[in-house]
Ligand binder design. Structure first.
Ligand SMILES: [Zn+2]
Length: 356
């Protein structure tokens, strides 16, 4: 890696650029303290900064390590953090303290908390919760009774799982378990400009639009979402509308025809449905941030819950979760891959430009 110029180092400090951590350190002569480029402390006056390529040189020059960014502790590599994340996954049923996890990464608890969050987007605690949540979901699908599933997933009490946690699943365990039970879902698959696409519909409307490598994988996804439903491949006499719908949706995706306005069967929590309905109001060619969606449904603080609801969308394109970007304008995530999100947004942007 080439050395950074002084100008680049100053820019990195102004931007608190995490990617420059470990590449250099800076000391502030007025305080006698030295920091990593990403440190959150108030930046000092430009003429008071001194630059060092390693922490040892800063220490040798008489600077003390900052208590906040702890520049004298080794910066953990991503592989170390992934190791800890795997450990959380295999020990999700245990009570894992921040101290214990931090020790594995050779970091102080507060610093471990910060770098873990920077690497994975969630705190170690939230990560553990989501692992257990996934297990609980799986156990429920395999037919455990609700209480058994909750205990085998490591939740201490039934009330806890019925509380805040469960909203991320979308339904209460009892409702989830019967997901699709007694219902028939007709499905159809075809190749589009975005790869294989499968549409599934109940008698109320479209409940599934997903993209993937091939029809078998998509069928597995449909089966996983609605394990108890009877799945019927669409034949013209059973579900003639599906043929028309997939034709229209493919024409939209592959040839830029208008987005068809199909009946939807939205299934989720009241909150998720509120988010998905709101997304239906975002116009073709427009984009919106997670924060704006949260404000739009009058839950301005629920930005992360909005992001989870977008990620949980089962009806791609028709519920246009691809139009939601991060607050800083970066593209954010997409359940069916960023390449597809970009392709959809590019097509919509150019259609909008054409129509102006
Ligand atoms: Zn600092």
């Amino acid at each position: 890696m080439t050395e950074l110029s002084e100008q680049e180092m100053r820019a990195a400090i102004t931007a608190r650029d995490r990617t420059c951590d470990g590449r250099f350190f800076y000391g502030v002569i007025t305080t006698g303290v030295f920091c990593r480029p990403s440190c959150a402390t108030r930046p000092a006056r430009a003429e008071n900064l001194r630059f060092f390529l390693d922490a040892e040189s800063a220490l040798a020059a008489g600077f003390r390590p900052c208590k906040r960014c702890r520049p004298a502790e080794p910066a953990p590599g991503l592989s170390k953090l992934i190791e800890v994340a795997r450990y959380i996954e295999t020990h999700a049923e245990e009570r894992l303290t921040l101290n214990k996890l931090a020790k594995q990464a050779d970091l102080s608890p507060s610093r471990f908390q910060r770098v873990f969050k920077a690497a994975f987007g969630v705190s170690p605690k939230a990560y553990q919760d989501s692992v257990r949540m996934k297990r609980c979901k799986l156990a429920l699908k395999e037919g455990d009774n609700v209480t058994g599933a909750i205990y085998s997933a490591g939740y201490g009490s039934v009330s806890r799982v019925y509380g805040e946690q469960l909203r991320s699943i979308g339904m209460t365990p009892r409702a989830y378990r019967s997901s699709g039970a007694g219902e028939t879902i007709a499905y159809i698959c075809r190749d589009t400009a975005l790869g294989s696409m499968m549409i599934g519909a109940t008698e109320r409307g479209v409940c599934f639009v997903q993209f993937g490598e091939d029809a078998n994988i998509l069928f597995e996804q449909l089966r996983a979402e609605f394990p108890k439903a009877r799945l019927n491949v669409s034949s013209a006499q059973d579900a003639p509308e599906l043929d028309t719908w997939i034709e229209a949706l493919d024409a939209h995706i592959s040839q830029g025809a208008p987005r068809p306005d199909l009946p939807l069967d939205l299934r989720g929590t009241a909150f998720q449905i509120k988010v998905w309905r709101f997304l239906l109001s975002v116009r073709d060619g427009d984009v919106i941030s997670y924060g704006e969606v949260a404000a739009g449904i009058e839950k301005p603080k629920a930005v992360r819950a909005v992001a989870s609801a977008c990620a949980a969308n089962r009806i791609g394109v028709l519920v246009p979760c691809h139009r939601v970007l991060r607050g800083n304008g970066s593209i954010g995530g997409y359940r069916w891959g960023l390449a597809r999100k970009r392709a959809l947004l590019d097509a919509e942007r150019s259609r909008k430009a054409d129509s102006l």
